[in-house]
Design a protein around this ligand. Structure first.
Ligand code: CA
Length: 244
């Protein structure tokens, strides 16, 4: 049941010692309506969890001070209701079984995409009756973006965006009027382990702009659409459309 007050954001404790992965998880979660806190060690995670109740624990197994499975065991014993998702590079079945025995609810093997992680979290949280972040459709001039339904329309006509084009537009639309860095876009739309070329971002951006231009050219009356500004050396900004 929805009320007029927004639900409290889902609190996520990210336990990850890798700087790049931790930062991308934090950015991606915050950009999608979650409230993340990042701990780099098992010890600091246990201390953090002792004074704040978290809805979700995202747990790397290879931590510098202790085995992530021990962190899972301790927190599962203390908080039986907490959702625990283990993030690991270990792919052996025996490790997966050990993780589930230690109290993990789910398992993601690195590298995984932010999109997959978010989908799994939504599914788990729904089952637990914790409300996942609500995303209202975003209206920007003649453009309507319904993120949960994955629908983009211009004057009620659906724009046939490719999956990554849609996700790129969704991230920019959720930060309309703000600069979004290439790194944030890569981490959120692609993968937190994307190290290397960001050419795929340029190709996807070109496709997105082309499809929006085509939709704009065929719609009648001519719609006012938000423009995507390129910020040289940084990233992109979706401009709020002028008020009619
Ligand atoms: Ca690690």
């Amino acid at each position: 049941m929805r009320t007029s007050t927004a639900p409290a954001p889902v609190r996520v404790l990210v336990v990850e010692d890798d700087d790049t992965i931790g930062r991308h998880l934090e950015t991606g979660l915050r950009g999608n309506g979650y409230a993340p806190t990042w701990s780099r060690t098992g010890g600091s995670a246990l201390a953090e969890a002792s004074h704040t109740a978290y809805d979700v624990l995202l747990l790397d197994l290879g931590l510098p001070d202790m085995d992530g499975l021990d962190v899972a065991r301790v927190l599962r014993a203390r908080f039986p209701e907490q959702l625990i998702v283990v993030l690991t590079a270990r792919t052996d079945d025996i490790d997966i079984i050990a993780g589930l025995d230690a109290g993990a609810d789910d398992y993601l093997v690195k590298p995984f995409s932010m999109t997959v992680l978010l989908a799994r979290l939504r599914a788990h949280l729904r089952r637990r009756t914790i409300s996942p972040p609500v995303q209202e459709p975003i209206r920007l001039g003649g453009l309507l973006l319904d993120v949960p339904a994955r629908r983009c329309t211009v004057h009620d006509v659906e724009v046939g965006l490719r999956p990554k084009e849609f996700e790129l537009l969704a991230v920019l639309a959720q930060h309309v009027g703000e600069a979004v860095s290439r790194e944030t876009l890569m981490a959120t739309v692609w993968d937190e382990n994307w190290f290397g070329s960001t050419k795929t971002l340029d190709v996807t951006m070109a496709g997105l702009r082309r499809r929006l231009a085509e939709a704009s050219a065929t719609a009648s009356p001519a719609p006012v659409l938000p423009l995507i500004t390129t910020l040289r050396g940084h990233g992109y900004r979706l401009e709020p459309p002028p008020q009619p």
